[in-house]
Design a protein around this ligand. Structure first.
Ligand code: ATP
Ligand code: PRP
Length: 222
């Protein structure tokens, strides 16, 4: 049965938003307010004459809203998708928010070599699950120190020997005397869709996916 509720799209506030808005506009999705300025968390919008609405939320929460069906679609970093493994479809790489997830550490420690099998280290990260899995595969006993941001500080104050974090330009690492040791994943932002919405709103959701796919191509050629 067709779903008659207004289609809801969850957007990450923060650094991806600036790159997201032009892609949405090219695909015919517009917001009634400036998403980068408004304090509203739910903003009315339009898709080629049909009302839609946008949720402006924290990056890590987009997966939850879409998985729960509170949003039909969303834009989330591959880092969040890998860490939280939400039950959502991931039909499109939007090719924005590009960076990599790396194991990093103080230069002297990294130069001394990767931690030996059987050794114990402390690793600061917000990606607890991915970090545990990685060090398990290396046979290294990693104590996870969970942080919400600024992971690069942890080795400087002696709280961890390594961090697992995102690296784009490398300038945050450099400014804090850290270097990359291993790249775990290439990251970019993905369009995600709630499976039930995909089934019940197939036409509109399909059109938006195609519109965004074209917008990504246009941007790539521009
Ligand atoms: N340096 C970066 N370069 C490119 N993309 C990045 C970078 N840092 C983060 N991202 C991408 O942007 C997403 C959101 O990052 P952002 O920094 O806005 O939020 P956050 O700091 O993870 O979360 P919050 O501010 O809500 O605690 C990340 O999940 C990732 O996919
Ligand atoms: O390689 P760079 O270009 O320096 O980018 C990497 C930094 O960007 C992200 O942090 P963000 O600025 O989002 O702050 P946060 O640590 O508070 O999440 C990431 O966690 C790194 O700290």
């Amino acid at each position: 049965m067709a779903d008659t509720r207004v289609l809801t799209i969850a957007l990450s506030k923060g650094r991806i938003l600036e790159q997201t808005l032009p892609l949405l506009a090219t695909a015919g999705l517009t917001l009634a307010e400036d998403a980068e300025k408004t304090r509203k968390l739910m903003v009315d919008g339009d898709y080629l004459g049909t009302p839609v609405r946008f949720l402006i939320i924290r990056a890590a929460d987009v997966c939850t809203y879409v998985e729960q069906g509170a949003a039909d679609m969303g834009i989330a970093g591959r880092d969040s998708l890998l860490e939280y493994r939400p039950r959502v479809y991931e039909p499109l790489d939007l090719e924005i928010g590009r960076c990599r997830m790396c194991v990093c550490g103080p230069k002297a420690l990294v130069d001394a070599g990767v931690p030996e099998r059987g050794s114990r280290i402390r690793v600061a990260t917000k990606y607890d699950s991915l970090t545990s899995q990685y060090f398990l595969t290396q046979g290294v006993q990693a104590e996870i120190i969970h942080l919400y941001g600024s992971m690069e500080l942890a080795p400087l104050v002696g709280m961890a020997e390594r961090i697992v974090d995102l690296v784009e330009t490398g300038s945050t690492l450099k400014a804090n005397g850290l270097v990359e040791e291993t790249t775990l994943f290439d990251i970019s932002s993905r369009l995600i869709v709630n499976p039930a919405s995909f089934a019940t709103r197939r036409k509109q959701v399909g059109e938006i996916i195609n519109g965004l796919r074209e917008a990504v191509k246009t941007k790539g050629n521009g």
